[in-house]
Design a binder for this molecule. Structure first.
Ligand code: SF4
Ligand code: SF4
Length: 66
C-alpha cells in the first residue's frame, strides 16, 4: 500500500517532504512524487499519512489503490 501525489493538484510547497518517516517524497522538476516502493502509508509510525495531514491542497495525495 502506498500513497501518490496528484500532479495536477500539487503546488510544490514541499511541506510533505520533512514529515515523511520513510523519506519517500522527492522533488521531480516542478512537482513532488512519492516512491511507492518505500511509502508505508505511515503504518507503524503514525495513525494517518503525515503527508496528507500537512498538505494544504485537498485531495492532492491519495491512496494508490483507489
Ligand atoms: S504516507 Fe507516510 S510514508 Fe507514505 S509518503 Fe506519506 S508521509 Fe511518507
Ligand atoms: S504538501 Fe501537497 S502541495 Fe505541497 S509539495 Fe506535498 S503534495 Fe505538493
Amino acid at each position: 500500500m502506498a500513497m501518490y501525489i496528484v500532479e495536477a493538484e500539487c503546488i510544490s510547497c514541499g511541506d510533505c517532504v520533512p514529515v515523511c518517516p520513510t523519506s519517500s517524497i522527492y522533488e521531480d522538476k516542478i512537482v513532488f512524487k512519492i516512491t511507492k516502493e518505500t511509502c508505508t502509508e505511515c503504518e507503524g509510525d503514525y495513525d494517518e499519512p503525515q503527508c496528507v495531514s500537512v498538505c494544504p491542497v485537498a485531495n492532492c495525495i491519495l491512496p494508490l489503490s483507489a
